[in-house]
Design a binder for this molecule. Structure first.
Ligand SMILES: [Zn+2]
Length: 712
């Protein structure tokens, strides 16, 4: 596109169903914030919108868990998310919420417009229904076994273990989370977005037009989705929490807009609310083709933002996103990050443990922003470790970046009277010129990288420039020159040049680091006594940001080191949390199976290994079986043990027909004292498993093996 007139930047709306972790922060929020801060420093017209996604079954399920109402859930977590994001420097122009009246109105109008134009299809479908709870079941209310990875607790819309999007029909052994029963199918009417009709548009738009500027992971996911065949997708749902269906016809009661349909419309309603609050017009941001719309999202949101929402936008007549930069996942200490499994670092916890403990110090916000950007999963999954966090802060922020700024200020106070020394052009050498050159090139490199959504590499450029600054200082060694001052006063000019350049570099570092670590940039401005306006991007790369003769403040450290104990404390805390969650989940699982467990035989008393070894278990093959006269329970079996044949009387006649079990293998207790039953001596016992309804099953090897094989 031509140079955009304005930018509209969005970050994926987080679900207000619980705290969010730093993997979320690294995925959709921090990169967007860096991009937006960069655009703002370039004086671009940019609006950055986000908000809480407050609808959908994830909210009502959380309300059930916390024994409260959906309203209380969203109020609680919306407040938390809004506060957390602000504390971590995510600079939204508005952080809205989808339960707002303006959003309901906007989403209803969107649906109605599409429906009136005939862009939606109405279909009667069979849907899962819980007959005991008298309720249709939203996808999230159905769990079952994932057909891809066999995870037993996959949801009806997605398997959280392997990440596959599913429909409830694909689940094996589906069951309702309301009653635990197998759901039945019942007819219901729904409205559908016929994605299949838009396939050729999507292919052209994504795979041809954006072939070069979209990320490979995004293109790949879109292509494989389309190759699977696009299906009409229901935009309405039977649920009592959400945006009510804006139609006044029979059969619409108890229906709401499906959350995936209403949530992205939240970007539009947030823009409207921002415009209202700031006396602006929202329409150009969504309707003028000179607006550059960019959706920052996580990996699990690609399909919605690259395929589904664009179809909605196109049908409505809005502009389409120019890009949908998505990150892969960030893992934690060797495992997938997950709040529900307790393996995560919540934003809220980081703020409490680091930012608030450090007297509200913003340097710990920037420390996190630094490490998360440095390990951003831009092209593949990455991993957060507390040790890695410590190393990044101590050996890069403290030892390279912070060290350079500190030394420049210390030496200026020591060797130049606390004032910015002049630059003596007559003695400017190649090393000095190279430093100026590096500053200029860094600007160009950062611009290209940020505009290409490569924030990790862009940040590397900043650190690398400060590394070059350290090297420059080391090459010039003004502190050594100072020692020769008495015999050779002319060296003052060399000292001046070195520190002049180091201070100009310091000011440039503030401009360069500003989109990434905004609090650090401000702190540098404070130290070199310049107004924040210097952070405007037009100043980037310039050789004269601080004036000669200007007196600067005494140095203060920009960053503190992370101690070993802090790292250990966090690792311990993480392990303890995981253990606690596992125990809680076991308790929940125990409660939900309480009904069936009452039918399960109690565990027996503990025995020693020696007790167990007294029992001789062998695999036998049933050669013959017949009913014993005048007994409806007993079968007389002839069992081959390889080395001998045994007669065994077994009480299984109610469960098996004699002719059906001939040839089957079974585990036999062979050293049980013989016992007479109905006049027949039983020389052993066969093992059977009894399920909860009392039906018997054979205990046997998983494949035919030699009779007489030991079992131990
Ligand atoms: Zn799976």
């Amino acid at each position: 596109m031509n140079k955009p007139k304005r930018y509209l930047i969005t970050s994926a709306l987080p679900y207000a169903n619980g705290p969010k972790h730093i993997g979320h922060l690294a995925g959709a929020y921090l990169p967007a914030d860096i991009y937006v801060r960069y655009l703002r420093s370039k004086k671009e017209d940019v609006v950055y919108v986000c908000g809480s996604d407050e609808h959908g079954a994830a909210i009502t399920i959380q309300a059930m868990k916390e024994k409260t109402t959906p309203r209380e859930i969203v109020d609680k977590y919306h407040a938390m998310l809004k506060r957390n994001m602000a504390d971590l420097g995510i600079s939204f122009d508005i952080y809205d919420r989808t339960s707002s009246p303006l959003h309901h109105e906007t989403a209803k109008e969107f649906f109605t417009t599409l429906n009136n134009r005939g862009d939606l299809e109405q279909k009667e479908t069979e849907q899962y229904y819980d007959d005991e709870a008298k309720s249709f079941l939203a996808d999230r209310y159905i769990i079952g076994t994932c057909p891809i990875c066999a995870n037993k607790n996959a949801y009806g819309d997605q398997c959280e273990k392997c990440g596959t999007s599913l429909s409830p029909e694909q689940l094996i052994n589906p069951r309702s989370t309301l009653s635990g029963n197998a759901p039945i199918k019942k007819l219901t009417t729904h409205w559908f977005l016929p994605l299949d009709k838009h396939e050729s548009f999507l292919r052209e738009w994504i795979l041809t037009e954006h072939k070069l500027d979209w990320k490979v992971n995004v293109l790949g996911q879109c292509k494989s989705w389309m190759d699977l065949g696009l299906q009409p997708r229901a935009v309405t749902r039977d649920l009592n929490w959400g945006v009510p269906l804006p139609l006044n016809v029979t059969g619409c009661e108890g229906k709401v807009l499906y959350v995936w349909f209403d949530a992205p419309i939240g970007y539009i309603s947030a823009t409207k609310q921002w415009a209202l609050d700031n006396n602006k017009d929202w329409r150009p941001y969504w309707q003028d083709k000179d607006t550059k719309l960019v959706h920052f999202i996580g990996k699990d949101n690609i399909v919605f933002h690259a395929i589904i929402f664009p179809v909605m936008l196109k049908l409505y007549g809005n502009i389409l996103p120019n890009n949908v930069p998505s990150n892969e996942f960030m893992n934690l200490e060797g495992d997938k990050m997950s709040t529900s499994r307790g393996w995560s670092i919540e934003m809220d916890d980081y703020i409490n443990d680091f930012v608030k403990k450090d007297n509200g110090s913003d340097q710990m916000v920037d420390a996190l922003r630094y490490y998360l950007t440095q390990i951003a999963p831009e092209t593949k999954d990455s991993e957060f470790t507390w040790k890695g966090f410590q190393d990044a802060v101590n050996s890069e922020l403290v030892a390279i970046f912070g060290n350079f700024v500190n030394r420049a200020l210390v030496l200026m106070h020591k060797l130049c009277d606390g004032k910015v020394p002049p630059l003596h052009l007559d003695i400017l050498d190649d090393v000095d010129k190279k430093m100026f050159e590096d500053i200029k090139n860094t600007k160009i490199n950062i611009e290209n990288l940020i505009e290409g959504y490569k924030f990790r590499d862009a940040l590397y450029e900043v650190i690398d420039l400060s590394r070059k600054g350290n090297k420059y200082m080391q090459d010039k060694q003004p502190w050594i020159l100072a020692k020769t001052m008495e015999t050779n006063p002319a060296v003052q000019k060399s000292i001046d040049n070195c520190l002049h350049i180091c201070l100009q570099l310091t000011a440039n570092l503030a401009v360069f680091i500003n989109p990434f670590l905004p609090f650090t940039a401000k702190k540098i401005c404070h130290l070199i006594k310049v107004v924040d306006k210097i952070l405007d991007w037009e100043n980037a790369g310039k050789p004269k940001l601080v004036s000669v003769g200007y007196s600067l403040r005494p140095p203060e450290l920009l960053f503190r080191k992370i101690e070993d104990e802090e790292v250990q404390e966090q690792v311990d805390k993480l392990n303890a949390k995981k253990l606690r969650m596992e125990n809680e989940q076991k308790l929940t699982a125990a409660n939900t199976t309480a009904i069936s467990s009452s039918q399960v035989a109690e565990a027996k008393l503990e025995i020693q290994f020696d007790d167990f070894t007294k029992i001789d278990l062998k695999v036998g093959t049933i050669l013959m079986a017949e009913k014993i006269e005048k007994s409806d329970k007993l079968l007389k079996l002839e069992v081959d043990l390889g080395y001998e044949k045994r007669t065994i009387v077994s009480g299984i006649a109610l469960h098996f027909d004699a002719e059906d079990i001939i040839g089957k293998q079974v585990v036999v207790v062979v050293n049980l004292a013989p016992r007479k039953m109905r006049g027949i001596e039983s020389q052993g016992m066969i093992l059977m498993a009894e399920d909860k309804v009392g039906k018997l099953h054979f205990v046997k090897p998983d494949t035919m093996i030699d009779a007489g094989s030991s079992v131990s």
